[in-house]
Design a protein around this ligand. Sequence first.
Ligand code: FES
Length: 178
Amino acid sequence: MNANLENRVDTRIIDEIISKHKGDPGELLTIMEEVQEANEYKYLDDLSMDYLSSKTNVPLSRIYSVATFYSFFNLKPQGKHTLIVCRGTACHTKGSKILLDDLTTLPGCKEAFDQGETTFTTDDMLITIKTVACFGQCALAPVVAVNGVIYSNVTSEQIKKLLVNLQEDNKDENIRLS
Ligand code: FES
């Protein structure tokens, strides 16, 4: 990931999001989701979280704990495409480690995961590789998700094809595997 990349959400946009959802049930989660979505790189940047905390009177520590608890929140800039590999027990048993190894051929990716990272983004910000504990679709193991689309019973050959499609910046969200 480009270490110099910084991006924050305009405070006027955060103000609008807060006022739109003030008083809603579960407003904090909704507000945080929309602030993340408003960020060009789809993550919750530090300055935006600071601002959110000051405007909502929710302690920053609580905002951070919510952001780290839910896997759909990102604390680092995300690539244009996201490929998520499930590393839960059912998927592990069905070979998800091999699928992840197929993706760690991307320069720098293996090192990141070897150091315990659960997310890696290419320097050109094109692809983010992530792992997740379980998609809740264990009967379809091994499972991966590409830009939010779930693929089941994925083979090594198929995940390589998915990766190539993303490297070619394929606009087709639902990539055909067969
Ligand atoms: S362990 Fe992979 S979907 Fe549940």
